[in-house]
Ligand binder design. Structure first.
Ligand SMILES: C[S@@+](CC[C@H](N)C(=O)[O-])C[C@H]1O[C@@H](n2cnc3c(N)ncnc32)[C@H](O)[C@@H]1O
Length: 385
């Protein structure tokens, strides 16, 4: 395998456990886009093995701290280990993230399972070159019948990879659905958001479903997986999303489950929360799961204002003793920053609020120490007095 050298700044990142080295920290070496390379320090000492990206500022993505032979079999063993971990974490689960990139030692590879279908995302040239192998691993190591690629995230453009979506193997059943917490939930793997659903919220949906009662408001509901699961126990659930197709899916989902206590509303959640507040409505539980408001550091100020606004409303709308589940999936918004923003909202709302639990992403999205980018979802379960 060919070699590439990095400077001391790159070395200190690698030593701290971070799997990425930036282009500005490369010293020498001529390698191809997507190639697996042996990385050395200034004096030629081994630093590890990484994928090289020619187009991206993230020039190296490490997957081993030793110099290893990066054959397809090497990665197959890693994938097998990742699948086995999920089987231990969520035995028999229909919907689960089988591989979470760097956290599972296969950088930039996402593999999500939805019953008989797996969806893959190869988000850098390294895993892109392994795509045919990845499809075979999925077919050999799981009992799925179809493999879909959702290679439409914009980050692929930064890697000079095309944005594409399609079925790579088998056929996707027309009415694809999975069961989570006893509820049948529909998934659209070809056109839905992310790979079809938000698997990172699974554990939090379990928690919210177990606490649901009275009136529930699910703002930014997508296809209503929080709503539908909560509706099994709650009296009435209002699910709000700005996307027509998401709201249609909530209605369809409620129909299929025979739930007559779900109202699905297509609206801007900011407006909807404000209008509920003006009408003096009250909820026993509110869920706020917005998209990432801070896509980069520069957007943090506006993001804080957005998070504060929706949290202020949700806290004001809470019945005494009510619960608010509030989330941020913005990596750039730290956990402390989020807590402070929510605290400021509670203070403006004039309510006494305590944190019942700090929440995170589901266990099938492992957080890799030394790689803060892998810890992106933060949440709070609040009790409002
Ligand atoms: C993180 S997803 C919610 C996932 C959902 N909680 C789940 O568990 O499946 C965020 C959702 O917010 C919606 N959205 C974005 N901006 C919105 C807005 N201003 N008002 C209402 N919904 C919005 C998106 O359409 C998307 O469905």
């Amino acid at each position: 395998m060919r070699k590439i050298a990095i400077n001391s700044k790159g070395m200190s990142r690698v030593r701290a456990g971070h799997p990425w080295v930036f282009r500005s920290d490369l010293l020498s070496g001529s390698v191809d886009d997507g190639e697996a390379v042996h990385v050395v320090d200034q004096s030629g000492k081994p630093a590890g093995t990484a994928f090289y990206s020619a187009g991206s500022q993230i020039a190296l993505r490490f997957f081993d701290r030793r110099h290893v032979e990066a054959s397809p079999d090497y990665f197959r063993a890693k994938f097998q280990k990742a699948v086995a971990l999920r089987e231990r974490l969520y035995p028999g689960a229909a919907a689960v993230r089988l591989c979470f990139g760097e956290s599972d030692g296969i950088p930039a590879l996402v593999v999500d399972r939805y019953g008989p279908v797996v969806v893959i995302q190869t988000l850098a040239p390294g895993p892109e070159m392994l795509k045919d192998d990845i499809v075979s691993w999925c077919m050999d190591l799981t009992d799925v019948g179809a493999v879909v690629e959702r290679n439409d995230p914009k980050v692929r453009s930064l890697e000079r990879l095309p944005l594409i979506t399609g079925t790579l193997r088998g056929d996707v059943p027309p009415e694809l659905a999975i069961t989570e917490g006893g509820c049948r939930l529909g998934v659209d793997v070809l056109c839905g958001q992310k790979t079809g659903a938000f698997l990172d919220q699974r554990d939090n949906r379990d928690l919210a479903a177990s606490r649901a009662r009275g009136r529930v408001l699910d703002a930014f509901c997508y296809r209503g997986w929080f709503s539908l699961r909560a509706a099994v126990r709650a009296e009435r659930v209002t699910a709000v999303d700005a996307a027509d197709e998401a709201v249609a899916a909530v209605k369809e989902g409620a129909l299929v489950l025979g739930l007559h206590n779900v109202d699905a509303v297509c609206a801007n959640a900011f407006d909807y929360l404000r209008e509920c507040d003006l009408r003096g409505e009250r909820f026993d539980m509110t869920i706020l799961d917005p998209p990432a408001f801070a896509k980069n550091k520069a957007a943090l100020g506006a993001a804080r204002r957005g998070y504060k606004e929706i949290n202020l409303r949700a806290i004001r709308l809470a019945e005494p003793g009510g619960t608010v589940f509030t989330f941020s999936c913005s990596y750039h918004m730290s956990e402390d920053d989020f807590l402070e923003t929510v605290a400021s909202a509670a203070s403006d709302a004039g309510r006494r609020v305590s944190v019942e639990r700090r929440l995170s992403q589901s266990l099938d999205h492992p957080i890799l120490l030394g790689f803060p980018e892998s810890a992106y979802l933060k949440g709070l379960m609040l009790r409002v007095e």
